[in-house]
Each structure stands twice: as structure tokens, then as C-alpha cells.
Design a protein around this ligand. Structure first.
Ligand SMILES: NC(=O)c1ccc[n+]([C@@H]2O[C@H](COP(=O)([O-])OP(=O)(O)OC[C@H]3O[C@@H](n4cnc5c(N)ncnc54)[C@H](OP(=O)(O)O)[C@@H]3O)[C@@H](O)[C@H]2O)c1
Length: 291
């Protein structure tokens, strides 16, 4: 896509949002905020944004060196940041994160469940890769479930705000090649929405943030995305920061509802079109030859 057209589409699809410095400071100053997946991308941007506004942040991810770098930057600007390197796809480590939160703060005012992993791979290339599906479920579903279960009593006491960083795809017709990612993100979205009313009943706050394509390292391996319109990670972080200020149940692009309607009305046409498109791809012809 031509650069100018891409920029215009980005402006229309993801209009730049702002979060007032005073508004954000009033909402987060002195608050204790856990951010998972804070070493890169959206989580890293969010860590800077919240810490600059006076929040005390605890940053979790696997890459200890990168977490230290983010912490150094925050502390260098006079902010307060703690780090806890952990692999959230491991049940014991997810529990250890929760225990650390309890020791450090006794709970948290806001939890941003952002750590995640995506995989784009056709099924015919996944025949001996059951681990793709297991790993996706481990980090995108079981990890955050375990973390939240272990923290729940403390979060209840604080009437905390829990935010799930989800993807628009979970509300649209699922696209081919993304089965591992989309099913695991959908599983957690369903779990989270199912839990939402229970949490709200005890005074907690919940927000599901449905993000479109965001230009981070996550989408870098998918060549087709290089020239597609995508939101900047700073803009995604601003949308999450606004959610912390306003506590809506849901944050989504303005056009998502039309996408959902289209998914419903044109379900059959969409999959027939996709099947025809995929049939023309080299791997599809190869598979067809072997059948
Ligand atoms: N980028 C997009 O287009 C897009 C669109 C919709 C939704 N999202 C969602 O946004 C969230 C953030 O993604 P991003 O785009 O910022 O990707 P990213 O730059 O790759 O960041 C992902 C973060 O998750 C952490 N992480 C991954 N596996 C982990 C594990 N097993 N344990 C602990 N931390 C782990 C990573 O840190 P380490 O590698 O250091 O562990 C990193 O900090 C994800 O939940 C993603 O599904 C992204």
C-alpha cells in the first residue's frame, strides 16, 4: 500500500487519541499497577506512560535484561518501577508473580493483563506442531487465568480494575492461519467476560480492550502486515491509559461493530471467498496433490 494512503487509512481507522496529563495523574498517581508483558511493545509504552504520571508499576515478562532497561528509564525520570522476570506460561511462575505482588504491595489497584504471543501458521504446516497450540493456550489463556485466580482475594479487597488486552479478531469471523492465536485469545476473552459480572458485583472494575493491528515486534514476522495500516504502540498505550481513567467495560475501534455485523451477515460469502483465495496459494495446491 502506498505510504500516503496507508497514513490516511491509519488516521481514519485509528484516529489519534489523547489522555490529559492532569486527568491521568489524578487517576494513577500513587496507584500500584501490575503490567504483564511490559518488556516490549504495548506493555513497555504503557509502563512509561503510567510511571510518568506517578503510578508505581510492577513489570513482568521473561526478558530480564529488557525489563531492567525499562526500569532504568523510568527510575531515571524520577518514577517508581519494580520488575519480576517470569514466564507466565508456566503455572508455578504465574503463582510466583502473584505471591510477589502480595509481598510487595499486598495487592494491586490495577492489573493490565497484556503478555501474549501470536502464531500465524497454516494447519498443513502444523501437523507435528501440537506445541504451537499448547504454548498459545499456556500464555494467552492459562497464564492470565492462574495469575488472576491467585490475586483475586487481594484484588477484591482493593476494588481493583482488571484490564484484558485482547484483539478485535476474537469478535470477528476467525481468519485462516491464526487458529492457535485466535482460539487462545478468544478463550481468555470469554473467561474474562464471564468473570466480569462476578467481579463487578463485588465492586471491582473490568475492561476488555480490543486492539486492531498494532505495529510491534509481534507482527514483524508477518510480511503482509509490513504495509498494512496499523496503530502505533503509543496510541494503543494511550487507549489503555484512558480506560484506566474512565473504566469502560469495553474499548474497541469505532468500526468494529460494522465488522461484527459483516461477519454475521456475510459469514458464508467470506469463507467461500477465503477458500477460493487459499486454493490459489502454492501450499494448498501441494496439499491437494497429496490427497
Ligand atoms: N500487535 C498487535 O497487532 C496486537 C493486536 C491485538 C492485540 N495484541 C495483544 O497485545 C498484547 C501485547 O502485544 P504486543 O503487540 O505489544 O507484542 P510484543 O511486543 O511481542 O510484546 C509481548 C509482551 O508479552 C511478553 N510475553 C510473551 N510471552 C510471555 C511469557 N511466556 N511470559 C511472560 N511474558 C511474556 C513479552 O515479553 P518477553 O518476550 O520478554 O517475555 C512482551 O513483553 C498481546 O496480548 C497481544 O495479543 C497485539
Amino acid at each position: 500500500m502506498h505510504f500516503g494512503i496507508r497514513r490516511l487509512s491509519e488516521w481514519l481507522l485509528f484516529p489519534p487519541k489523547r489522555v490529559g496529563a492532569n486527568r491521568l495523574r489524578a487517576a494513577v498517581s500513587g496507584k500500584q499497577i501490575l503490567i504483564t508483558g511490559a518488556s516490549y511493545g504495548i506493555g513497555e509504552e504503557l509502563a512509561y506512560l503510567l510511571a510518568n504520571a506517578g503510578a508505581e508499576v510492577l513489570l513482568v515478562a521473561r526478558t530480564a535484561g529488557k525489563l531492567q532497561e525499562v526500569q532504568r528509564q523510568i527510575v531515571g525520570r524520577g518514577g517508581r518501577a519494580y520488575i519480576f522476570p517470569a514466564d507466565l506460561s508456566d503455572k508455578q511462575q504465574a503463582i510466583a508473580v502473584a505471591q510477589h505482588v502480595l509481598q510487595l504491595w499486598g495487592g494491586a489497584d490495577v492489573v493490565v493483563s497484556n503478555a501474549g504471543k501470536s502464531i500465524c501458521r497454516p494447519l498443513h504446516e502444523s501437523l507435528d506442531r501440537m506445541h504451537d497450540f499448547e504454548r498459545s493456550m499456556a500464555i494467552n489463556y492459562f497464564g492470565p487465568v492462574q495469575l488472576l485466580l491467585a490475586l483475586l482475594p487481594a484484588l477484591e479487597k482493593r476494588k481493583a480494575h482488571i484490564i484484558n488486552i485482547s484483539a478485535i479478531n476474537v469478535l470477528l469471523a476467525p481468519a485462516p492461519h491464526w487458529a492457535a492465536y485466535q482460539s487462545s485469545k478468544t478463550a481468555f476473552d470469554q473467561w474474562f467476560r464471564s468473570a466480569s459480572a462476578e467481579w463487578m458485583a463485588v465492586g471491582m472494575h473490568v475492561t476488555s480492550v480490543y486492539l486492531p493491528l498494532v505495529r510491534t515486534r509481534m507482527i514483524a514476522p508477518t510480511v503482509a502486515y509490513a504495509t498494512m495500516p496499523a496503530m502505533q504502540s503509543r496510541q494503543a498505550a494511550i487507549r489503555i491509559a484512558r480506560a484506566i481513567c474512565h473504566q469502560p467495560l469495553k474499548v474497541a475501534p469505532w468500526w468494529l461493530v460494522w465488522g461484527q455485523l459483516g461477519s454475521l451477515l456475510f459469514h458464508n460469502v467470506f469463507y467461500r471467498f477465503l477458500a477460493r483465495y487459499l486454493k490459489q496459494q502454492p501450499y494448498a495446491r501441494q496439499s491437494a496433490n497429496t490427497v
